[in-house]
Design a protein around this ligand. Sequence first.
Ligand code: XMP
Ligand code: MG
Length: 180
Amino acid sequence: MNNDILKVLYSEEDIAAACKRLGTQLTEDYKDKTPLIICVLKGAILFMTDVIRDMDIYATIDFIDVSSYNGGTASSGTIRLLKDLDTDVAGRDILLVEDIIDTGRTLKYLEDLLKDRHANSIKVCTLMDKPSGRVVEAKADYVGFNVPSEFVVGYGLDYEEKYRNLPYVGVLKPSVYSDK
Ligand code: XMP
Ligand code: MG
């Protein structure tokens, strides 16, 4: 699997440092609240489990799964809700944890859903932000890394459901796509 990687963008050490930095800020910002931390499956699972360990606050967690990609490298434009939350969000302070914000469609969909359900506040923490990919307006409050317009895999992010278990974020060799 590691042989398929052209270059490492963010190493394990880079990611750990970003989690520390964000965790410290989130600890300060949420010290008087008990937020509901929502992990957007599947891509954010590694990031969420790491960053919450750097947050010294009371919080509850839940998971939601949405899909816009259908396994490839280009967004399909339509968001589907694959798995809903178990928690009632009415009146809750929500921290959405995302792997990457690209077109912004997923985030817009989730924010609209949470607003419809009367969340008290909604903030967004993303490991990566790809501002060059925006199609709809969407803004993250906490960002690990601003990434160039490349398709990235690893540390939760996939290509055709693989590479999620890489401990770092990298770019695949072109041959991985062309061999298909
Ligand atoms: P949108 O376009 O809705 O995208 O902002 C958000 C979701 O799209 C996926 N995504 C990627 N997945 N490498 C991936 O493995 C990428 O470079 C990439 N860009 C977007 C991701 O699931 C994210 O939650
Ligand atoms: Mg995702």
